[in-house]
Design a protein around this ligand. Sequence first.
Ligand code: IMP
Length: 192
Amino acid sequence: MKFVVATNNGGKLQEFRDILKEFGHEAVSLKEVNIDTDFEETGETFRENAYMKAGTIAKLSGLPTIADDSGLMVEALGGEPGVYSARYCGRHGDDAANNEKLLEKMKGNKERRAKFVSAVCAVFPDGRVLQAEGECPGEILHEPKGNGGFGYDPLFYVPALGKTFAQMDKTEKNMVSHRKKALDKLKILLSK
Ligand code: IMP
């Protein structure tokens, strides 16, 4: 099946392309369906925001649409940055400034546990809605490591693989990532 992916984030789009391909589905970008829009993320949960994004684009495109709303939740910061992950520093999508703010807030903190969370949502033209969530546990490093990926990848260390997300190739990240786990669950719902 062909899914429009409701995101303006190039890093996420690539991950969706790879994972959906592995499942035998095809990902189409907003650009490919001539939609140019910014998303309002006014929900209080990842789940609400994912539904809003997928619903908006399914309506505009008339095609099956998948969205994810995701973010980093840091234990010592009471779950921050959470749904504000993309705009933690005050500007949307400034990864360098978001990482800097996170490091500043974690300065001197020995408790480094964190997790990435992804809520995925598929909305179909007939109004059907499927939702699933995935998590990946890890730790916040004291300095960035690795050059790959996007967002907080260089600061997020995954003990299970002994690397940050930014040090992993896409196969490794897709073995453990929150987005892959959420899409694995969605795949089961899609097959029902
Ligand atoms: P949104 O879901 O598009 O609102 O933004 C999610 C934000 O969370 C991104 O801009 C990143 O800052 C962060 N994020 C989500 N998933 C990942 C990931 O896999 N790696 C790094 N950062 C991520």
